[in-house]
Ligand binder design. Structure first.
Ligand SMILES: [Zn+2]
Length: 217
């Protein structure tokens, strides 16, 4: 009989459980870790994991180990999830913040695709800062011909948010200071009135200010 201190289950965080799952997955070269494998090589109890995530499969999924499906995710979709998280936080997300539900994909998915979390961030930034390759379109609304489409794409939105330091141009609110502040990219001169979707006609507004503006129109 061996004596040892048992882990205090209440102190185990979700990310502790998930990273141990990932560790076992990589050490055992088992993409979808089986309960049997984890029972032998894992640090925590199967029931602790199941109780925390609802089911074994949900835990495996939360750990980002569902590679059969995740292998096919286009880079753009990963970048888009990263963008959403970045805007939600109002700043560069940290490793520990890449978690559901704030981020659609687990950090392991980014690591697998780009080599490391740092490299994922670098790939995203260079994607977001690259020039948009879409040629200008000619849309005609009523009598006004247009150079640009109505909605700014991810690159343009990110550029505007960065330029405005992820702060509302009207009230200065930022999710990095006040979590929950929702930032939007708004046309200064409405697109419907001839305003183009270009940096000089776009500004960062928080949801409340943007609503206020819309109501007064
Ligand atoms: Zn505001």
């Amino acid at each position: 009989m061996q004596f040892g201190l048992s882990h205090d289950k209440r102190n185990i965080s979700d990310s502790d459980l998930l990273s141990d799952l990932c560790r076992v997955a990589s050490e055992q070269s088992e993409v979808h870790v089986k309960q049997r494998t984890y029972r032998t090589h894992g640090k925590y109890g199967i029931t602790t994991v199941i109780r925390r995530f609802g089911s074994w499969n949900a835990a495996v999924k939360a750990a980002g180990l569902e590679t059969t499906v995740e292998r096919n995710i286009p880079d753009e979709q990963l970048f888009s999830a990263l963008y959403d998280l970045w805007v939600l936080l109002g700043r560069q997300p940290s490793y520990a913040e890449v978690q559901k539900p704030a981020c659609l994909f687990h950090v392991a998915t980014f690591e697998r695709r780009f080599g490391s979390w740092r490299q994922a961030l670098e790939a995203f930034v260079s994607y977001a800062n690259s020039e948009d390759m879409t040629p200008p379109i000619a849309v005609v609304v009523g009598a006004t011909p247009r150079r640009t489409s109505r909605s700014p794409d991810l690159r343009l939105r990110f550029k505007v948010l960065q330029r405005d330091y992820f702060r509302c141009c009207a009230c200065g609110a930022s999710p990095s200071v006040t979590p929950g502040v929702l930032l939007e990219v708004d046309h200064i001169m409405p697109w419907s009135k001839g305003g183009e979707t270009a940096p000089e006609n776009l500004q960062t507004l928080c949801f409340s200010c943007n609503q206020g503006k819309t109501n007064h129109r």
